[in-house]
Design a protein around this ligand. Structure first.
Ligand SMILES: Cc1cc2nc3c(=O)[nH]c(=O)nc-3n(C[C@H](O)[C@H](O)[C@H](O)COP(=O)(O)OP(=O)(O)OC[C@H]3O[C@@H](n4cnc5c(N)ncnc54)[C@H](O)[C@@H]3O)c2cc1C
Length: 388
């Protein structure tokens, strides 16, 4: 059977008519940047003023994009996804807390998610974000090669220790772990740390995955050096490949500092870079595994075709496709229906605390050209099909 993304019956099989209509209206709001911005602002204010809006949030945007308030709460969603051959990556999405006790709390929480994930076949990866485990300022200083004070040095050691605890735990429980990528000005030190973790834990199998953002024009060279280093030093490479989520911020910062932006000059250049890196990684599949985090249909089709040409089985666990929960179901479920390895990033956490994540989702949806209108047209198509 040929892969195509038009089958909305498969894409939305898990959604009731009411859920479908809710999703349609939600994407209509998100698709209007001014309304989405105003809605995000108002929601934040209402939460700050303790107006009881959590119930409304929970029944709308939270239900669309999150699995639940706790791991336990996500269980039904995880089981439903698995019934369609789609796996879950539980993402503890509490953002914006940045002190040592919050980092230790995040470490404990993510450790427990990793351990619980390792006992179910429905969750094939763990995930964490570098700045969930340490201050972004410290990653930034370290990336610039600045001499740290004694206190900063100690804080950095605590970050290294937290990374090692999570990667070590992942190795102990044989559960690969994906490490998110963030802003370019803090990423070098995170990359170096992740490289150390790969060197330590990816000897015989791939436990640690680092994220490469293809909107950065220097990343093809980076991917090449990474794979060559792995070959030379005898360890394997795990890569989560994404386009990148911080484009506006990156371009604005470069403009403010009067330096060249690390971001590709246009969307086409990012797309070409993504496809080029994806092809390169698939060509290195003897030492590398790739987890493609994308909602882009062309890139997904390109990799599926490439797998076919190279005789790589659809079910090969070295190549995963992944989308965010609540988005691009037409890609996830049509891929999984043909047997490809597919995962959904499933954010969870208390409603109030995942708000920053949800607001980023709403903001990003307004800036990701074409995706929201594509979601809308597919939802409309399925609503019409069901009416008939
Ligand atoms: C499972 C998963 C995990 C993710 N993890 C991370 C992560 O760890 N770190 C992270 O940064 N992001 C992450 N993302 C988000 C991702 O980077 C993208 O922002 C998002 O997926 C949109 O890109 P796309 O490939 O899906 O779709 P598309 O709609 O094809 O691409 C949109 C993207 O193209 C790029 N772009 C758009 N316009 C331009 C332009 N004018 N010039 C240059 N580039 C442009 C931007 O990166 C934009 O986000 C993740 C996404 C998924 C699905």
């Amino acid at each position: 059977m040929v892969l195509n993304f038009e089958n909305t019956a498969k894409a939305f099989a898990l959604k009731s008519d009411i859920e479908l209509k809710k999703a349609y209206w939600l994407f209509r709001v998100i698709g209007q940047p001014r309304l989405a911005r105003w809605g995000s602002w108002l929601t934040k204010k209402m939460l700050d003023w303790h107006i009881p809006v959590e119930g409304i949030i929970k029944n709308t945007v939270f239900r669309q994009f999150c699995g639940g308030v706790s791991e336990e709460d996500c269980r039904l969603v995880i089981e439903n996804l698995q019934s369609k051959n789609v796996f879950s990556v539980l993402d503890y999405s509490v953002e914006g807390k940045a002190d040592e006790s919050a980092f230790d709390e995040a470490l404990d929480r993510i450790s427990s998610v990793l351990i619980n994930a390792s006992i179910t076949s429905a969750i094939p990866f763990g995930v964490f974000k570098p700045t969930g485990l340490g201050a972004i300022e410290l990653f930034e200083l370290k990336s610039q090669g600045v001499q740290l004070t004694a206190a900063q040095e100690q804080a950095w050691h605590r970050i290294v220790h937290r990374f090692d605890r999570l990667c070590g735990l992942a190795a102990e429980h044989s559960l690969p772990v994906l490490i998110d990528a963030e802003e370019s000005w803090m990423q070098d030190s995170a990359d170096q740390l992740i490289l150390d973790m790969m060197r330590k834990y990816n000897r015989d199998r791939i436990i640690v995955y680092q994220t490469i953002q293809a909107y950065r024009w220097d990343r093809k060279q980076y991917a090449t050096t990474l794979c060559e280093t792995g070959r030379l030093d005898g360890f394997k490479i795990g890569v989560k490949l994404v386009r990148g989520a911080y484009m506006e911020k990156e371009n604005q910062r470069a403009l403010d500092l009067g330096v060249k932006s690390p971001i590709c000059p246009n969307k086409k250049a990012t797309d070409d870079n993504f496809d080029d890196i994806a092809q390169y990684l698939v060509s290195q599949i003897d030492v590398c595994s790739v987890f493609l985090g994308t909602h882009n249909e062309e890139s997904t089709l390109m990799v599926a075709r490439l797998m076919d040409q190279k005789g790589i089985d659809k079910t090969d666990s070295r190549i995963w496709f992944a989308q965010l929960y609540g988005m691009s179901d037409h890609i996830s479920f049509n891929l999984s229906d043909l047997g490809y390895r597919v995962a959904k990033y499933l954010p969870f956490g208390p409603v109030r605390e995942v708000m920053p994540y949800l607001m980023r989702r709403a903001a990003e949806n307004t800036s990701v050209a074409g995706q929201t209108s594509r979601e809308l047209s597919l939802l409309q198509k399925e609503l019409n099909r069901r009416k008939l």
